[in-house]
Design a binder for this molecule. Sequence first.
Ligand SMILES: C[S@@+](CC[C@H](N)C(=O)[O-])C[C@H]1O[C@@H](n2cnc3c(N)ncnc32)[C@H](O)[C@@H]1O
Length: 151
Amino acid sequence: MSFDTLLGRVEWWNDPDRIPDEFPEKADELLSKIEPPALEVGCGKGRILARLPDGVGVDVSNVALKTLKDRGILNDVIQAEARFLPFRNGTFRTAYTYEVLMHIQEIDETVREMKRVASRVIAVENTKVKDRFLKVEHDWPNLGIQLIENL
Ligand SMILES: C[S@@+](CC[C@H](N)C(=O)[O-])C[C@H]1O[C@@H](n2cnc3c(N)ncnc32)[C@H](O)[C@@H]1O
């Protein structure tokens, strides 16, 4: 999928009024495991990133970047595609995602790239969700919301 096609399809996620704070306990569990310096891949409108004052975010979506700015979220955020992270090897201690890998086809490339820039990779994903919009289906066991370490 081209960058432009992807971009067109992801904007709806980042409408400030969409995506309620689902699974707050998983967000808390994730936050308890993050060791700085940290990178969020697919930071969206910043519900987790905003709780890490020194965290750095990456998102592909224009709407995400605008929403972060409009909300006054002051983290460093860069527009980038998850498979091509614009950081040197080992820049971060932790790279994490929250409900991002489940939406993308190229999980292996993305996780490899996260491992390149960070020594620890953590993901929270909802394995029940089949992304019909992006037509992404992963062969995951149907376990619901999961925090996955040591990816
Ligand atoms: C369901 S939202 C989750 C946002 C945020 N992690 C949260 O929990 O609120 C998925 C996010 O991943 C971003 N995203 C999807 N595919 C991406 C990609 N290939 N590269 C970078 N960001 C991507 C979307 O723009 C969106 O902000």
